[in-house]
Ligand binder design. Structure first.
Ligand SMILES: Cc1ncc(COP(=O)(O)O)c(C=O)c1O
Length: 417
């Protein structure tokens, strides 16, 4: 049974985050820009500072700080494996998801022949589209695009329409960073594997809200980014160990030949790796159940339950408000608490400015989901307003956001705000 958190527990959780104490005038700032990056708990900040203070060093030396750094990387790899339900030798660290995907796409593309095909999705962030499109172009391969459904999700029927005996790779997201839609990933992967295509999933948005499971998904590759789930700026890639071993990464001669090391080009960000380890421990701490897979699952269950309440409150509050259009699921099912809105009169930048005026941080624009915004004909209208919550948000914060949206809806503010 997952432990239920009381409001006092949530207070204790929030106290771990120095940034959440930030004031905007007399009120606390609301960090509903979280799909663009979360805040970090003090344990993560301390772990990064402690690593530097104890003395940092590169790998491979016969002295203490180098050995300690090696032990740190191994522990972090093990912990990231628990997070993704993956073996530690399937975990690769890198600067961020985009860089890791660009590097991986070049290596995989070397196995493609002219006339092969790849499939990307129009729901995705560009970091899981353009690296594959560029690689396909270089190799003379065709790119097919899996379009999203009327409710801004992916469907197996659409994927099956595009798959062929020449499909080499299918890339799509586990959850949209714009609409919060959670995709039917396991079914999509099964369909892709039925024609022996490899699958690369983007878990960058998903990991803040659900626990990825590379084994249950049966995915070949998965990429995520720790700064989206209360960690440092660090990318994490999972690859099936046998694939990481058989593919040839672009690397320099003197670096390691063994996977996963050979995929980690140049000196790694050991400070961030120390932060990632602390971040995974923080997730286990949430329910006091530890940071092995079981403990992390208990915390993820709590996060899902709490975020479901946040989504319910937000959607209930939005229901009566004229002037707004919500993109993505209009129920709490199959979504994260990330909401994409347009207003019939005000541009999304103006809405974000208005919210910022009340100490509420949000993003407006395309969020790098260029195809999604194009197909919704929203690029010219300066995109969408994105309001996103994570597990450290409270119902009271949702109410404060709804109050401002309510005033805008009621016309209590004009376009001169
Ligand atoms: C869904 C999704 N995928 C990929 C990325 C790119 O991640 P990174 O910043 O680690 O390159 C982002 C960043 O916003 C994202 O939201």
């Amino acid at each position: 049974m997952t432990k239920q958190h009381t409001s006092t527990d949530l207070q204790r959780i929030r106290e771990q985050f120095p940034a959440l104490g930030r004031l905007e005038g007399k009120e606390k700032a609301i960090f509903s820009d979280s799909p663009g990056g979360t805040q970090v708990p003090i344990s993560v900040i301390d772990a990064m500072s402690d690593y530097q203070q104890a003395g940092s060093a590169n790998l491979g030396g016969f002295f203490a700080t180098s050995e300690e750094t090696m032990a740190l990387v191994e522990q972090a790899r093990e912990a990231a494996g628990q997070l993704l339900n993956a073996p530690a030798d399937g975990i690769v660290f890198g600067s961020n998801m985009t860089s890791l995907t660009l590097a991986l796409s070049r290596a995989i593309a070397n196995t493609w022949q002219t006339g092969d095909e790849i499939i990307v999705s129009s729901l995705d962030h560009d970091a899981n589209i353009t690296p594959w499109v560029l690689a396909a172009k270089e190799r003379g391969c065709a790119v097919r695009t899996m379009d999203f459904t009327a409710s801004q999700n992916l469907s197996v029927t659409e994927l099956e329409r595009l798959l062929s005996g020449r499909t080499r790779l299918v890339a799509f997201t586990l959850a949209s960073n714009v609409t919060g839609s959670i995709t039917p990933a396991a079914e999509l992967i099964k369909a892709a594997h039925s024609v022996n295509a490899l699958v690369h999933v983007d878990a960058v948005h998903y990991t803040a809200h659900r626990l990825p499971d590379v084994q249950a998904l049966d995915t070949d590759f998965l990429a995520c980014s720790a700064y989206k789930f209360c960690g440092p700026y660090l990318g994490v890639l999972y690859g099936r160990p046998e694939l990481l071993g058989s593919l040839k990464p672009y690397k320099v001669r003197a670096s390691q030949d063994q996977p996963p090391w050979c995929w980690e080009t140049g000196t790694q960000n050991f400070t961030a790796i120390a932060g990632l380890l602390a971040c995974i421990k923080y997730h286990g701490w949430l329910t006091g159940s530890g940071h092995d897979r079981k403990g992390l699952q208990a915390s993820a269950n709590w996060i899902e339950g709490h975020e479901q309440q946040l989504s319910q409150r937000f959607l209930d509050g939005l229901k009566g408000m004229a002037g707004f259009t919500l993109y993505g699921p209009d129920t709490t099912v199959g979504r994260t608490p990330t909401f994409a809105l347009a207003h019939h009169q005000h541009s999304s930048a103006r809405l974000a400015q208005r919210l910022a005026h009340h100490g509420i941080y949000t993003w407006s624009g395309h969020f790098y989901a260029l195809d999604l915004l194009d197909r919704l004909n929203l690029q010219e209208r300066d995109g969408l307003l994105r309001i996103g919550f994570v597990h450290y948000h409270t119902l009271a914060e949702i109410d404060r956001v709804l109050n401002v949206l309510g005033d805008i809806s009621a016309g209590a503010v004009d376009d001169s705000f």
